[in-house]
Design a protein around this ligand. Structure first.
Ligand code: MF3
Ligand code: CO
Ligand code: CO
Length: 262
């Protein structure tokens, strides 16, 4: 495994790409409401990225080995969908929860971030799942500093989720990111303190826990992309792109609408 250490120039450009990705979420947040379809959300984001920001939507036609090209510009994962939901004719309704995951490319660099949105008022369980997942992401982020280990991040996330009666998805994880969308290292959202790779200043990776209300098991839909909970329970996810700094961390995916840290 080779982990790419970013230089000053890389970091500057990642900050820009990260902010732009987060600004797409700020923009689309105004449109998430009952009766809109996920493909309408995709179209709005696509136009905003391409025409306003002059960024490239990284998901569009993204085709890692063993996958058909992803057909849309964003991922929209609703209720029991864990991640990689393909925008389509699904009409959002009151009480739904939806993760919108944005990855833009600007000047050759990727910014990757996602948030949960409520469509109308959520159930008590849905609200709690989204909150605990948000807290889990942040507790993971706060473990980031040189000399700490990837296992410290994973353990902290897993501990918070499980303590609250939820489960952590194992098949998908955070990832190194830069000029490449998904690169080493893999950031597991479970693990043991002191285990795994030691963090060094200049690493950039995402932290993006997927937390299920029920069991951790997943299924992939016949579209080849959409990941859902096997037991049909609700799932939530939040994502930031993080730089390891000399003393701690910097969140690269910040904008005016970024929810405050937990
Ligand atoms: N943005 C997702 C991530 O956080 C990856 C989406 S790949 C796609 O890593 F092809 F499904 F869009
Ligand atoms: Co990611
Ligand atoms: Co993402």
């Amino acid at each position: 495994m080779t982990v790419n250490i970013k230089n000053k120039e890389d970091i500057k450009k990642m900050r820009i790409a990260g902010k732009l990705a987060s600004q797409v979420l700020d923009y689309i947040s105004n449109f998430v409401a009952p009766n809109i379809t996920t493909e309408e959300l995709d179209k709005l984001c696509h136009e905003y990225m391409v025409n306003v920001q002059e960024t490239i939507p990284a998901p569009l036609n993204y085709a890692p080995p063993g996958h058909t090209p992803f057909p849309k510009s964003i991922c929209t994962s609703v209720n029991n969908q864990i991640c990689h939901g393909i925008p389509g004719e699904k009409i959002l309704k009151k009480g739904d929860i939806v993760n919108i995951d944005i990855t833009v490319i600007k000047d050759g660099y990727h910014g990757d971030t996602s948030r949960m949105f409520f469509v109308g008022a959520p159930s008590i369980q849905a609200k709690r799942l989204c909150e605990i997942t948000y807290e889990s992401m942040w507790l993971g982020i706060k473990q980031v500093k040189p000399g700490n280990f990837l296992g410290d991040i994973g353990f902290t996330i897993q501990n918070h989720a499980e303590k609250n009666g939820f489960s952590v998805v194992r098949e998908f994880c955070g990832h190194g990111i830069g000029k490449v969308f998904h690169e080493d290292p893999q950031i597991l959202h479970y693990g043991s303190p002191g285990k795994g790779l030691k963090l060094e200043a200049g690493m950039i990776f995402t932290i993006e826990p997927m937390i299920n209300a029920g069991k951790k098991d997943i299924k992939i839909l016949p579209d080849g992309w959409t990941v859902v909970t096997k037991d049909r329970s609700l799932s939530a996810q939040w994502e930031h792109t993080i730089l390891v700094t000399e003393k701690s961390y910097e969140v690269m995916t910040l904008s005016a609408g970024t929810p405050s840290p937990f």
